[in-house]
Ligand binder design. Structure first.
Ligand code: PMP
Length: 396
């Protein structure tokens, strides 16, 4: 190893570990369901994005296995050479139906999708108004585009209007885009899309909503854009196939012309191998399930409400989430980490989230209830929360 690299790694790893910021990864010894096995111990799992429990659905597993038998384990090439299988085409038609748009394009992950889509449309002569709490993949996608990035105070529509006016009236930029998460994953708040769309219309902003945490959750499962009835207004509807859908992948849904453009100009589509057949088949099955019934979505919200009510009754600060995402705000970073560690020792897997992911002094344990949890599992988690909360003086 080059001496300079050795020194760089040594110094930086030591600093991270010293500050307690090196994230040790606990491998899960089996399926990522409502309970998981970690270190030989069964735990109630409140840390996955598998909102509807579909990651372990028997029907979807069968579809994936059948697709592997028919097509093999890999697509064999990038989409534009001969990696586009007939099921990729079916998947994209299905996603457009799901999102109520003319067309859709699938990518290998949600992260890839943001890197692909933003930089395919925006360039150095453009500006992007980006909510300050947007996901890392949006931030990286914006950077890759080389457009001027203008941070908008979180969910502040006055700030958006002011900056949209300045950017468009400056005459400096060819195009201006507004990008926001549909549901913000740290606090569970929902983007104010109706007001944002009004402002976008006034200043001719391109609108881009990454609904990674809203799809399968909001709008009877169809997402935050559908929840507000804005399918015709939002230019880019982004989703991931890795959270509520339970598999892996990402997509843009929008007008046919937009999708046509992304198919010839977005680099992960052009230069990275297509989604595997098993994944594609499982995603088609998951979307079919969501189109056929609201049952899982209803169960998710019921469980979210139950956990929130239980934590609130115990005296925890659960913030202002408008979705099943349930933060439990502890405060000081070290205490939040200790809280999460004690939860795990007592049988609950709920990760702490601290600065810089959330503001200093708002360290929290984030709970992600799912449709697959039973009331008994949630009661078990609440009993552990009560025990650890009292022990660490977080509740009285
Ligand atoms: N966008 C948002 C808002 C996300 O929360 C995430 C996942 N953490 C992603 C994109 C990336 O999605 P994926 O895991 O499918 O790459």
């Amino acid at each position: 190893m080059a001496k300079i690299l050795d020194q760089f790694l040594e110094e930086n790893l030591q600093e991270l570990r010293g500050a307690g910021l090196y994230n040790e990864i606990d491998p899960v010894e089996g399926p990522n369901g409502p309970t998981i096995k970690v270190g030989g111990k069964d735990l109630v799992n409140l840390s996955s994005n598998n909102y509807l429990g579909l990651a372990t659905d028997e029907g979807l597993k069968k579809l994936a296995k059948d697709a592997v038998d028919k097509y093999g384990v890999g697509a064999g090439a990038v989409r534009t050479i001969n990696g586009t299988l007939d099921i990729h085409v079916r998947l994209e038609e299905k996603l457009a139906e799901f999102k109520g748009t003319e067309a859709a394009i699938a990518y290998q992950s949600g992260f890839n999708c943001n890197m692909a889509a933003i930089s395919a449309v925006m360039d150095k002569n453009d500006a992007i108004l980006s909510d300050e709490l947007n996901h890392a993949s949006i931030i990286d996608g914006c950077r890759l585009s080389r457009a001027k990035i203008i941070r908008v105070n979180h969910q502040n529509m006055d700030d958006l209007r002011k900056k949209a006016k300045e950017a468009t009236e400056s005459g400096q930029y060819n195009k201006v885009m507004y990008i926001t998460d549909g549901v913000f994953s740290m606090d569970g708040d929902v983007a104010n899309l109706p007001d944002a769309v009004q402002i976008a219309k006034e200043f001719d902003l391109i609108t881009y909503v990454d609904d990674a945490h809203g799809s399968g959750v909001m709008g009877r499962g169809k997402g935050t854009v559908k929840h507000f009835g804005l399918e015709k207004e939002i230019d880019f509807q982004i989703g991931t196939l890795s959270k509520a859908i339970g598999v892996v992948g990402g997509y843009v849904a929008g007008k046919q012309q937009l999708i046509d453009w992304l198919k010839v100009r977005s680099r992960p589509f052009l230069f990275s191998t297509a989604m595997t057949p098993g994944d594609v088949a499982a995603v088609i099955g998951a979307v079919d399930k969501l189109l056929a019934s609201d049952e899982l979505v209803d169960k998710l919200w019921e469980n979210g409400d139950y956990l929130k009510a239980g934590l609130k009754k115990l005296g925890f600060d659960i913030g202002n989430s408008e979705t099943p995402i349930t933060p439990c705000i502890i405060g000081e970073e070290k205490l939040a980490q200790q809280f999460s560690k004690r939860l795990m020792e007592e049988g609950v897997y709920a990760k702490s989230i601290v600065f810089p992911t959330v503001p200093k002094g708002t360290g929290r344990v984030r709970n992600m209830p799912t449709a697959a949890h039973t009331k008994e599992m949630l009661d078990e988690a609440l009993a552990v929360y009560e025990k650890v909360g009292k022990e660490l003086g977080v509740i009285g």
